[in-house]
Design a protein around this ligand. Structure first.
Ligand code: PXP
Length: 241
């Protein structure tokens, strides 16, 4: 089975633009579930630019599908995560001035800090994924760290300027995916995926979860969240049929 995790951060971005209550990402999560989302993904950033602590608390109580919390190696956010106990925590890199998550986490350089953070998540009963680039040294670090899953950053694939560059990125993703599956880790991918480019990623052997935000929320502005999620699920199902 291939799950769709709908990232609703951008709904919160719109709310924060006015600092009020709407649109509420909790409502968006309910509508995404109605459209067939298998999971809801949120990123509680250290700067709280979109998702707020309240959103995590309410989503944890109301979400009927898997809740995947993206977080950086930040002690404050980690404490919030271990008390909220989402089903899954995905460790991501975070820079204050970035527009979105640029590149994967350097699990090799951060191995010892990750080791402790992952242990705290496991003690709280949370499955852990690492958001990394499709690089074999990074996969090896994820294996050593004993995580449940890796999520490959598909940004370079999504941004490739030519079909040839895109194919090269796809090859790198396939190679890293084979190493991941061979080690018994679950395979996830995300970033920059949209209705046009999702098919080859969905078709990677062993792919289990795609986390998609910007393209679904953008489409939801025009056709509604439930319809936008339904269309992405259909695209994924068609890809693997
Ligand atoms: N997966 C991870 C780990 C992310 O950080 C993001 C972006 O927040 C996504 C998936 C979704 O990326 P996009 O919004 O480009 O679909």
């Amino acid at each position: 089975m291939l799950r769709l995790g709908v990232n609703i951060d951008h709904v919160a971005t719109l709310r924060q633009a006015r600092g009020g209550r709407e649109p509420d990402p909790v409502w968006a999560a309910v509508l995404a579930e109605l459209g067939g989302a298998d999971g809801i993904t949120i990123h509680l950033r250290e700067d709280r630019r979109h998702i707020q602590d309240r959103d995590l608390r309410v989503l944890k109580d109301t979400c009927r599908v898997r809740l995947n919390l993206e977080l950086a190696l930040d002690p404050g956010v980690l404490s919030i995560a271990t008390s909220a106990r989402p089903e899954q925590a995905t460790f991501v890199p975070e820079k204050r001035d970035e527009v979105t998550t640029e590149g994967g986490l350097d699990a090799v350089a951060e191995e010892s800090r990750l080791h402790d953070a992952i242990a705290r998540c496991h003690d709280a009963g949370i499955e852990v994924a690492l958001f990394i680039d499709p690089d074999l040294a990074q996969v090896d670090a994820a294996i050593r760290l004993g995580v449940h899953a890796v999520e490959f950053h598909t940004g370079r694939y999504a941004d490739a300027a030519t079909p040839r560059d895109q194919e090269a990125e796809l090859d790198a993703l396939r190679r890293a995916s084979r190493a991941t599956i061979a080690a018994g880790l679950e395979l996830h991918a995300g970033h920059g995926l949209n209705y046009q480019n999702v098919t080859p990623i969905a078709r990677i052997e062993g792919m289990r979860e795609l986390n998609i935000g910007h393209s679904i929320v953008s489409r939801a502005v025009l056709v509604g969240m439930t319809q936008a999620v339904r269309e992405m699920k259909q695209a994924m199902e068609l890809a693997i049929r």
